[in-house]
Design a protein around this ligand. Structure first.
Ligand code: PNS
Length: 165
């Protein structure tokens, strides 16, 4: 059983995240999309909302026999991976600028849990500039984010915006 976790804030899930999930499918039997509960940050969506939204989106993804599970965690990613019985942490790399940060995290995670490897996957070129923060910023300023985030995410962002007005 090859189990991996794909940790992140996912506030919200973008098409870049979805691309990495799809690329991971043939590599593992089970992938846990692990949503970080970070009390130090004020997110747009609560952890519960993010998990629910990701589950809804993954519903229509052809998983090719790989089980996709959505869970949340607090604390250390390496600890959550170990506790979940995962042997790998999946992370996406969009551009060279991601590399230094990701390398530091991968090395720290390896020091914390030497049995767990970080697997880096290269995001599709068309999503190489897509981040949750950029999507939120552009959306909140009225810009178009169509094609960069799932339609369901855009819909929930619109509803969230209307509610907070
Ligand atoms: O989607 P993000 O915000 O780039 O994800 C970053 C994340 C959640 C993977 C990272 O911040 C993390 O692992 N946080 C949990 C705390 C932790 O383990 N810190 C040490 C990492 S070396």
């Amino acid at each position: 059983m090859r189990r991996a976790i794909f940790p992140g804030s996912f506030d919200p899930l973008t098409n870049g995240h979805l691309d990495i999930i799809k690329r991971s499918l043939p590599l593992f039997d089970e992938i846990i999309i692990a949503v970080l509960n970070n009390p130090a940050k004020t997110p747009m969506f609560s952890v519960e909302e993010r998990c629910h939204l990701i589950r809804e989106i993954l519903h229509s993804v052809k998983n090719g026999g790989c089980d996709l599970i959505v869970d949340s965690f607090s604390g250390l990613t390496a600890e959550f991976a170990k506790k979940s019985g995962a042997t790998a942490i999946v992370r996406g790399i969009r551009a060279v600028s991601d590399y230094e940060y990701e390398l530091r995290m991968a090395l720290m995670n390896r020091r914390l849990e030497p049995s767990i490897e970080t697997v880096f996957l290269m995001a599709a070129e068309e999503y190489s500039y897509v981040s949750s923060d950029l999507m939120k910023q552009v959306f909140l300023l009225g810009g178009r984010v169509e094609g960069l985030i799932p339609a369901l995410v855009e819909d929930r962002m619109r509803k969230k915006l209307a509610k907070n007005k």
